[in-house]
Design a protein around this ligand. Structure first.
Ligand code: DAH
Length: 606
């Protein structure tokens, strides 16, 4: 029986023990030790990797499994390893620590799920590269945010994660949930997060919830009567201080060394009379200090290597710059070099740009909807008029079409054939053209967010002929107005702030039934319509501002997309990006055309 050291100390990175056996099995070797810190794959957690060294050989451990009560280290061997030898184990701590964080995060998400969707029955967890927890039951996807929020409440509370060994009777009496099969080959252990109910667990866990870092719920996947709640933890870098090896070179230390190399190189360049080529060899060649220090990058914790790589490149560039600036001055040979090589002179900063305010809003809106399982899709901005009109229940002569002052395109060879859906081409006047196009893909459920340019024959202080809309479409079984309202409330809280909410006003669109205009409570008077001094709010109409249109997808539209309205229902909404984004910044533009005038003085403000 292998003694499982990781069960009692999940932070132990090195360990000395004795080799019990080492045998070749096909292409690889199987190493058994008296005790081990290597975690064997199980309970949804991937196995550890690492190295075992003895006086006569080295084993590169690729995978670890539990066979009965023996831990088998599957490895490749350099030299030889024989029974009875003393062996030093080093696990790959970056991998292990990441696995620990993901595993503990799984338990935290489970606690959050118990609060948000107590009806679910836990089945199993997977804590590897695509972590999730699976339950019997279903959860509407609009619960994503609530589960994520509850999870991060537990993370931020930084509560202790405790484990203790128990007998079977104790486990049955104390655990709130027991898996279908309890392991027979391992000591029984329970895990408690803060003062939640204990849960059986044999994995490696971090000590406090904060170590997992921020948790994101990446998807809620309902299938049949099972649901998977998928999650991830923020990259290890954010919580890196715990994962640097004692013998590793800390990244700041290497950065400092590189900065010293740069400044001494600049001094040498300024004072030396050698040629630029000779100096380049001395300062950047294979034997240079720079090259020697650069080699140490492999001792920097993995998560910092990319950053250090950048510092190395910068230092090299700066030394090259200093060399190239010097060359012509040398030719003058008048001693002017000293005059111009003042390395303490401040550098010239190139002007820094930023993304256009509309692009910023598009990115933020996309991110918010992605969090609750919507995918950003693209549909044509130049389209057959069937998609923005007829497919949406507006026949060719329908008066509702007038509301979309549409650009029709002339094109050679028109009209093509007799296909009634392919007669006229338009610059799409709204993103709703993506609705039936998305349904035509034939994949249900649909959770799309279609962001595109729209065009209408309108140009004045409050209209530009080109503008942007974002169109949401959610189609699944049993989608209700409750989901629609929940998603809007989630969106406005994320985009505008936690104290904002929405209301629905009855309206009419041909393609939805019922239809609504969606309003958001005013950010200044928060819906009261009155300012603290009793005067009425100047920003809004009686406490509310109009966001855009929405509604439950009309059965005719579903049918046009090949979706059976007796089985599926859905909601849709289409709002202007410019309008939504201006409402957020509280900007009232005298002339909306400024947005597309390319005047840097205007754009710089956002
Ligand atoms: N496409 C509409 C417009 O441009 C807005 C809209 C209203 C979109 C209701 C929708 C909806 O998806 O359900 O005015």
């Amino acid at each position: 029986m292998t003694e499982l050291i990781y069960l009692t100390d999940s932070y132990k990175k090195t360990h000395t023990t004795t080799v019990v056996s080492c045998e070749r099995k096909g292409q690889q070797w199987e190493l058994v030790l008296a005790s081990t810190i290597f975690y064997p794959e199980g309970g949804g957690q991937p196995s550890d990797k690492g190295i075992v060294t003895t006086s006569s050989g080295k084993a590169h451990v690729k995978h670890v499994r539990l066979a009965g009560d023996i831990v088998v280290h599957e490895c490749a061997i350099e030299g030889s390893i024989v029974a009875g030898e003393e062996a030093r184990c080093d696990i790959d701590w970056d991998i292990r620590y990441q696995n620990m964080r993901i595993h503990t995060a799984g338990h935290i998400v489970h606690e959050a799920v118990k609060r948000v969707a107590p009806q679910l029955v836990a089945l199993k967890g997977e804590h590897g590269t695509h972590p999730y927890i699976e339950y019997i039951g279903s959860v509407p996807i609009d619960k994503t945010y609530a589960i994520e929020k509850e999870s991060n409440v537990i993370v931020d509370a930084d509560v202790a994660v405790r484990t203790e060994f128990v007998s079977l009777e104790q486990l049955m009496a104390r655990a709130s949930w027991v898996p279908a099969h309890l392991p027979k080959n391992k000591p029984l252990r329970i895990l408690t997060i803060g003062d939640n109910d204990p849960i059986p667990d044999g994995g490696t866990q971090v000590k406090t919830t904060k170590e997992t870092g921020n948790i994101t719920i990446t998807a809620i996947e309902n299938a049949d009567d099972h649901v998977r709640i998928c999650y991830r933890v923020e990259s290890a870098r954010a919580v890196l201080p715990q994962i640097s090896e004692p013998e590793a070179i800390p990244a700041p230390e290497l950065t400092r060394m590189l900065m010293e190399v740069e400044s001494s190189a600049k001094e040498i360049i300024a004072s030396s009379t050698k040629s630029a080529d000779a100096l380049r060899l001395e300062l950047l060649g294979n034997k240079s200090n720079f090259a020697q220090i650069t080699k140490n990058i492999k001792y920097v914790p993995v998560a910092y290597r990319q950053e250090i790589g950048k510092v190395i490149n910068f230092v090299k560039e700066h030394i090259e710059e200093a060399l190239s600036e010097r060359a012509p001055l040398q030719d003058n040979a008048t001693g002017a070099a000293e005059k111009f090589m003042d390395v303490t002179m401040p550098g010239i900063r190139p002007p820094e740009g930023h993304l256009h305010i509309v692009t910023q809003a598009i990115m933020e809106i996309t991110r918010i909807f992605e969090k609750i399982g919507f995918t950003r899709v693209r549909h044509p901005e130049v389209d057959w008029d069937w998609y923005p009109f007829e497919s949406l229940n507006m026949p060719p002569t329908h008066p509702a079409r007038d509301e979309w002052e549409t650009f029709f395109l002339e094109y050679p060879g028109k009209p093509t054939g007799t296909n009634p859906r392919k007669q006229k081409i338009v610059l799409t006047p709204h993103t709703s053209n993506g609705q039936v196009r998305e349904m035509e893909k034939g994949r249900l459920p649909i959770r799309m967010i279609n962001i595109a340019k729209c065009y209408r024959r309108q140009i004045d202080v409050s209209h530009t002929p080109m503008f942007h809309q974002f169109e949401g479409l959610y189609i699944d079984r049993n989608v209700s107005i409750g989901h629609l309202k929940g998603v809007f409330d989630y969106f406005v809280k994320q985009f505008f702030g936690a104290n904002r909410t929405t209301r629905l006003r009855p309206f009419h669109f041909q393609f939805t039934e019922p239809s609504f205009e969606v309003d958001i409570n005013c950010g200044i008077c928060l819906g009261s319509g009155k300012l603290p001094d009793g005067t009425s709010c100047k920003l809004c109409k009686a406490g509310w501002l109009e966001l855009g249109g929405a509604g439950m997808v009309h059965p005719v539209v579903l049918r046009n997309g090949g979706v059976d309205p007796d089985v599926y229902s859905g909601f849709a909404f289409g709002w202007g990006i410019e309008r939504t984004s201006m409402m957020k910044s509280g900007t009232k533009l005298d002339d909306i055309r400024l947005l597309y005038s390319n005047d840097i003085r205007f754009l710089e403000q956002f």
